[in-house]
Design a protein around this ligand. Structure first.
Ligand SMILES: [Zn+2]
Length: 61
């Protein structure tokens, strides 16, 4: 269970946070990685971020 450090909301469910997926646009890393950030649904504070699944072979949707 996660608590938001800003508004102290308890973030227990997926609906309590916003997963913001960001396309990598810097060219060098755009080929295989997507970044995401997790934001508090109450106040919008970014709680964390990371790389969601490096994909081999590209994913040109
Ligand atoms: Zn919050």
């Amino acid at each position: 269970m996660v608590h938001c450090p800003e508004c102290e909301s308890t973030l227990a469910e997926a609906s309590d946070v916003e997963f913001v997926e960001t396309e990598a646009t810097t060219g060098i890393i755009a080929a295989s990685k997507r970044f995401y950030a997790v934001e508090c649904a109450e106040c919008g504070t970014t709680l964390g971020s990371g790389v969601a699944g490096a994909k081999a072979g590209g994913n040109a949707a």
